[in-house]
Write a protein that binds this ligand. Sequence first.
Ligand code: MLT
Length: 312
Amino acid sequence: LFPSGSARAQGNYPTRTITMVVPFAAGGPTDTVARLVAEAMGRDLGQTVVVENVGGAGGTLGAARTAQARPDGYNILMHHIGMGTTPTLYRRLPYDPVNGFAPIGLVTEVPMTIITRKDIPAANMAELTALVKKEGEKLNYAHAGIGAASHLCGLLFRQAVGAPMTTVPYRGTAPAMTDLVAGTVDVLCDQTTNTTEQIRAGAVKVFAVTTPERLKAMPDVPTAAEGGLSGMEVTIWHGLYAPKGTDAAIVNRLSAALQVALRDPRVVERFADLGTTPVTQDRATPTAHETFWKADIAKWKPVIEAAGQYAD
Ligand code: MLT
């Protein structure tokens, strides 16, 4: 029924705890998605899937950890759009950002929000744009490192406004959000999975969403285009990866567990609370994700080259 080797590998798999690396800080948007999915996958696999946060260097430290791990099915990576931008942003990495992984499947697509500390002296995007033009580098833009979604959004924001702010890197947007709420940084563009609750609580001020249409969850918040910013359409995706060389039968078993997780009502409901949805089941497969991911690398290459901001 199965090619030899694969049958043995899949027959017993998994026999112990699986580690899912999150390449950003605990409590942030990638971590939130990963913990929900890991728990549901673990129920299907009959083994615990433990999330390990390996933050730093815009997600490349965690990605390196997985690329260099044993390809035995017990080391997987929950990453995001950074898998699409890193191959262009970084000229030198200790792992192969394109060929070092076996994709398992796409997980979610998440809108972003442009937010500020709550007392910033601007009431709408036109006023925020004017403030950024006037204050420029006196304003601090928080992000999660080169390769992070928040960094990419910052590049697009800078291009749209035509003025730079001082950039302040963190290991993830969880600590960036803590400082934004405390008012020690000024601006952040981050995923709804990390911003919805702070926006609802009034702990930060929201100016725009980065989707072509307004979001059902925040109908009063204009799109970036409505706010006068062009070229700011960006949706963050999360994807699951194993190290290259992981047995195809194991990768397929992980993909099947991912699909089960993405239709788990607990996952669906919590995702909805946070302004996102699981992708359709046909996209949570190795082949569909391989195609999507490679297209995303090609999509962002010219954008990053035009911005001319590399990690080295
Ligand atoms: C995180 O989990 O902290 C983020 O996904 C960071 C980012 O990419 O902006």
